[in-house]
Design a protein around this ligand. Structure first.
Ligand code: MEV
Length: 321
C-alpha cells in the first residue's frame, strides 16, 4: 500500500584508516556515526504555483540550503539534480510525483559521508513510500548508482558501511570483501571541522596524477597504510584503544605524505594530541574536511580545544558491534 508520506534515515560515516589506499585495492576500516540524514518523502505539493516536472528536493544542514528540481529551469546544485534524475531512472516515473525534504546533521564536504548518507536515505525513503522492501545488497547497489553521480568512481566503502551499519573492514579488488569488526570498547571521538574540501572526486583524481608520476613511491605508502589497517583491526578487536590511536597518528603521517592533508587539518591534529587524544587524523578525502580525534573517555575537552582555536566541533560515538 502507498502511504501519504514516509520517513527514512541513514547515518554518516568516518574512516579510521585506509582512505585513498582503498581506491587502489587496499583494505580500509570505517564505522557509522551517531548522526546522519533524515528525509521525509511525500506527494509533491505545488511549487512556485505549478508542478515541476521531476521530483523536488529541499535540503537544510548540508552547508547550503537548496531547492532542486531535475528540470532545466530547476535551481540548485547540478549534481543533486542529476542524482534526482537517476532516482527516476532507477525507480520509474512515479518518483517524479515526489517531494523529498532532507535534514542533515552531517556537514557536507567534510569527509563524513554526507553524499553516501543522502544516497542511502533517498533509496530508503522512496522504497518506504512505495511500500517496497529491498535487501541490504540491492540497497547498496542502488546507492552506488547515486554515489557514482557524486564521486565518479568511488571505492564503495562509504555507502557500504552506511547500508550495513557498525564497524567494518572493506576491501575491493575483483570482488568486494566486507568483514564486520567487533570492538569491546566504545569508540568516542571529538570531530573538528576544517574548511570543506573541494570534492572527493577532485581529491582522488589529483592523487591519481601524483601516483602516475611516482608510482613506486606511492605504492610503498599504500603498503604502509595496508599494514596500519591490519594492525588496527587487531587492536580494535582486542579493545586496545591506545594502539588504535597510535596507528591513526601513523596513518595521518602517510595521508600528509600523499598530499591530502592541509595546514588546517595538521593544526587540528596537533590540538587534539596536545589535549590528550589517543590519536587524530583526517577522515575521508582530505584536502579540507574534518579531523577525528579518538579519546579514551569523554571527548569534551578535545572538542572544547578545537572550539577555542576557532574551529567548529562536535562529539561522536561509533557503533562498534
Ligand atoms: C572517501 O570517503 C574515501 C576515499 O577513499 C574515496 C573512496 O574510497 O572512494 C577518499
Amino acid at each position: 500500500m502507498i502511504a501519504d508520506y514516509a520517513f527514512s534515515y541513514a547515518p554518516g560515516k568516518l574512516i579510521l584508516s585506509g582512505e585513498h589506499a582503498v581506491v587502489y585495492g587496499h583494505p580500509a576500516i570505517a564505522a557509522t556515526l551517531d548522526r546522519g540524514i533524515r528525509i521525509a518523502v511525500a506527494k509533491k505539493t505545488f511549487v512556485d504555483g505549478k508542478h515541476s516536472r521531476g521530483p523536488t528536493l529541499r535540503a537544510t544542514g548540508l552547508g547550503f540550503v537548496c531547492d532542486v528540481k531535475p528540470d532545466p529551469a530547476g535551481e540548485g546544485p547540478e549534481v543533486l539534480r542529476k542524482a534526482l534524475t537517476r532516482l527516476v531512472e532507477l525507480f520509474g516515473e512515479r518518483v517524479s510525483e515526489l517531494e523529498l525534504v532532507v535534514e542533515s546533521a552531517i556537514p557536507g564536504g567534510r569527509g563524513l559521508g554526507s553524499s553516501a548518507s543522502l544516497s542511502v536515505a533517498m533509496i530508503r525513503g522512496v522504497c518506504r513510500f512505495f511500500g517496497e522492501t529491498i535487501s541490504c545488497d540491492i540497497e547498496a547497489e542502488l546507492a552506488m548508482e547515486l554515489e557514482r553521480i557524486f564521486h565518479g568512481n568511488p571505492s564503495g566503502i562509504d555507502h557500504t558501511v552506511i547500508t550495513r551499519g557498525g564497524l567494518l573492514r572493506y576491501e575491493k579488488t575483483e570482488s568486494i570483501r566486507v568483514e564486520p569488526i567487533i570492538c569491546p570498547r566504545p569508540l568516542r571521538f571529538a570531530v573538528g571541522l576544517a574548511s570543506p574540501h573541494g570534492g572527493t572526486l577532485q581529491a582522488v583524481q589529483a592523487l591519481k596524477e601524483r601516483f602516475a608520476r611516482h608510482q613506486k613511491v606511492y605504492e610503498h605508502a599504500f603498503t604502509g597504510i595496508r599494514q596500519i589497517v591490519e594492525e588496527m583491526q587487531m587492536a580494535l578487536t582486542a579493545g586496545k584503544l591506545y594502539a588504535v590511536g597510535e596507528l591513526m597518528n601513523l596513518n595521518q603521517g602517510y595521508l600528509n605524505a600523499l598530499g591530502v592533508s592541509t595546514p588546517e587539518l595538521e593544526a587540528l591534529c596537533g590540538i587534539a594530541r596536545n589535549r590528550g587524544a589517543l590519536g587524530a587524523k583526517l577522515t575521508g578525502a582530505g584536502c579540507g574536511g574534518a579531523v577525528i580525534a579518538l579519546v579514551d573517555g569523554d571527548p569534551t575537552d578535545v572538542a572544547d580545544a578545537f572550539r577555542a582555536a576557532g574551529f567548529l566541533a562536535f562529539l561522536a560515538e561509533c557503533k562498534t558491534n
